[in-house]
Design a binder for this molecule. Structure first.
Ligand code: GDD
Ligand code: MN
Length: 382
């Protein structure tokens, strides 16, 4: 019974499925690409004939229903799979998790918005199968490639980003910002535990992380312009990029999130002083009241900024925002007590006042960072 029903459903399927495990997995991170995934699958079908491939769409619970759309397509196409992540954001981490979800020996990463040229995939695979290359990069900046799909501002930004990444990557890699590439599984397996997974630049992450010199080749392609949906690359992505570089350069010693947390804290000092002077000098409240109000306002703006920037990938929303704010204020209040306690103790031990004050700030900041990492943005600890 069971075997006949399986046989029937297979013969009904219009597309030939995988005969064995996939040789090539194409990992596509998506956020609001429901209007593009159908077309993407059609294009892959036609250019990958004769290759055992599978498509893994890693969707961050897009409000436009991309996940549901992929599952709908997957019902009559066994090459497709959707990995839906809930309460998470991030292009790089999506790619990493997609690569972890397949057994294929060759892994490609490609955008889901049809801007990358899928016709390059069979050639990328050929190059890797030749055995002399670890990673093939779809490149806009080698002879024959182009970035017509980028406006002048974006192209300029991309070039600037490339320049500042130079210390981390091979000198002759022309397009380290590319989001279109294919690599051998062993290379991924060897680096995966040390990848930062921050932001947009997964290729840069891989190059900067690999201890071996990667043997790479760049193949030109024309970056197309986007037809449907919109780009998610925003100012936040710029910040993430800075964090990725910091993490790759100094992450062994200081986590990038801590740097971000401290920078936000620095801004918080200005917020605090502004509220204090407004309340005290302009409105004429008492010092005690003004200082307390400034503290609460600064804690709140710090919470909001950290939620937007430092923990963007785990951003709290709705009721979670209220719970997060409460735990943040509570944690920081205890942090303030620790701060004053340590500073006072050191001061009594004849430490110079400025040093005692700074030590208090550092202890309070580390406390706030660690406690809110675990309790406010649960799951950020790893
Ligand atoms: N899962 C997930 N989570 N996917 C995301 C997220 C996210 O938070 N943000 C963006 N994506 C998906 C998009 O849906 C798209 O499929 C792909 O990642 C690229 O995002 P775009 O927003 O279209 O980026 P872009 O076109 O501005 O830039 C892309 O192309 C450049 C040139 O190759 C990126 O891939 C850049 O990294 C790349 O340099
Ligand atoms: Mn795009």
């Amino acid at each position: 019974m069971g075997s006949t029903s399986i046989a029937v459903s297979q013969s009904e399927s219009s597309r030939p499925g995988l005969q064995s495990g996939a040789e090539l997995a194409i990992i596509v991170p998506t956020f609001n690409e429901a209007a593009n995934v159908g077309q993407l699958v059609d294009r892959l079908e036609s250019c990958l004939a004769g290759i055992e491939w599978e498509l893994i769409v890693v969707d961050d619970d897009s409000p436009d229903g991309t996940s549901a759309r992929v599952r709908e397509l997957a019902r009559d196409n066994p090459r497709l799979r959707c990995l839906q992540r809930i309460g998470r954001r991030g292009l790089s981490s999506a790619c990493i998790e997609g690569m972890l979800a397949t057994a294929a020996p060759y892994l490609a990463v490609m955008d889901g918005d049809l801007q990358h040229d899928e016709a390059l995939l069979p050639r990328m695979l050929d190059v890797l199968q030749g055995g002399q290359t670890d990673i093939v990069v779809g490149s806009r900046y080698v002879e024959g490639g182009g970035d017509a799909g980028l406006n002048a501002a974006r192209a300029g930004m991309s070039q600037f980003a490339t320049r500042v990444s130079r210390p981390l990557i091979p000198a002759d890699l022309q397009d380290p910002m590319s989001g279109f590439f294919m690599l051998r599984r062993e290379i991924f397996d060897a680096t995966v535990r040390d990848l930062s997974g921050i932001g947009f630049k997964i290729l840069l992450d891989i190059f900067a992380t690999s201890r071996e010199q990667l043997r790479f080749q760049e193949l030109p392609y024309e970056f197309r312009s986007r037809e449907a949906g919109e780009s998610k690359l925003d100012t936040q992505a710029l910040w993430d990029y800075g964090m990725l570089l910091l993490d790759k350069m100094f992450g062994r010693w200081i986590p990038a999130r801590f740097v971000s947390f401290m920078l936000v804290g620095g801004v918080g000092v200005f917020v605090h002083m502004a509220v204090l002077s407004l309340s005290l000098q302009v409105i004429g409240n008492t010092f005690l009241f003004s200082q307390a109000a400034a503290t609460l306002v600064a804690m709140t703006t710090n919470f909001i900024m950290n939620n937007l920037i430092t923990y963007r990938d785990l951003r709290l929303r709705g009721w979670g925002l209220l719970r997060g704010w409460l735990s943040f204020v509570l944690a920081c209040s205890i942090g303030a007590i620790a701060n004053v306690g340590v500073a006072q103790y050191l001061f009594e031990q004849q430490t110079a006042w400025a040093l005692a004050g700074l030590a208090g700030i550092l202890v309070g900041a580390v406390w706030n960072y660690v406690i809110t990492l675990v309790y406010t943005w649960r799951g950020a600890a790893r």
